[in-house]
Write a protein that binds this ligand. Structure first.
Ligand SMILES: Nc1nc2c(c(=O)[nH]1)N=C([C@H](O)[C@H](O)COP(=O)(O)OP(=O)(O)OP(=O)(O)O)CN2
Ligand SMILES: [Zn+2]
Length: 128
């Protein structure tokens, strides 16, 4: 039996984005509030009744958040063009080892714009 637990966090960050359409506004430095959710899938430990203590997930996500919150995403090493897709991959790769191998899904979205992206990770996760 497999359970999936998840934790959300948000971060505020600036970026620019080179685009073929609506290019003018995207090219100027501007900011968004991003929301992210990381899901871990695994068997429940009968002794604890947990897949993993959510406190450990929260601690791990705080370390990931610190690399993005109030940063200029264009300058974040290893991110690439600051799209929702690349943010999903970055977050998956930035997870501490003890979380990354259990990660099953990463979602990043912008409430204000109603856009979002989901990255589904293979069961025996090695970072994408
Ligand atoms: N596949 C993707 N397409 C687009 C992404 C993305 O992450 N993946 N991102 C954008 C823009 O960043 C997003 O639409 C927001 O637009 P942006 O110019 O960055 O910010 P605005 O506040 O100006 O939003 P508007 O939609 O222009 O109002 C586009 N495509
Ligand atoms: Zn933008």
């Amino acid at each position: 039996m497999q359970h999936t637990i998840s934790q959300r966090f948000f971060f505020d960050a600036a970026h620019t984005l080179r685009r073929e359409i609506e290019a003018e506004g995207s090219r100027r430095v501007h900011g968004h509030t991003y929301h992210a959710e990381v899901a871990l899938t695994g068997a429940c430990d009968p002794a604890t009744g947990m897949v993993l203590d959510l406190g450990l997930l929260r601690q791990g996500l705080e370390r990931v958040r610190a690399q993005l919150d109030h940063h200029m995403l264009d300058d974040v090493p290893g991110l690439g063009p600051p799209t929702l897709e690349n943010l999903c991959v970055f977050i998956a790769r930035a997870l501490p080892d003890e979380l990354r191998w259990r990660a099953s899904r990463v979602r990043v979205w912008r409430e204000a714009l109603g856009d979002g992206c989901t990255l589904d990770l293979p069961a025996s996760t090695q970072a994408p």
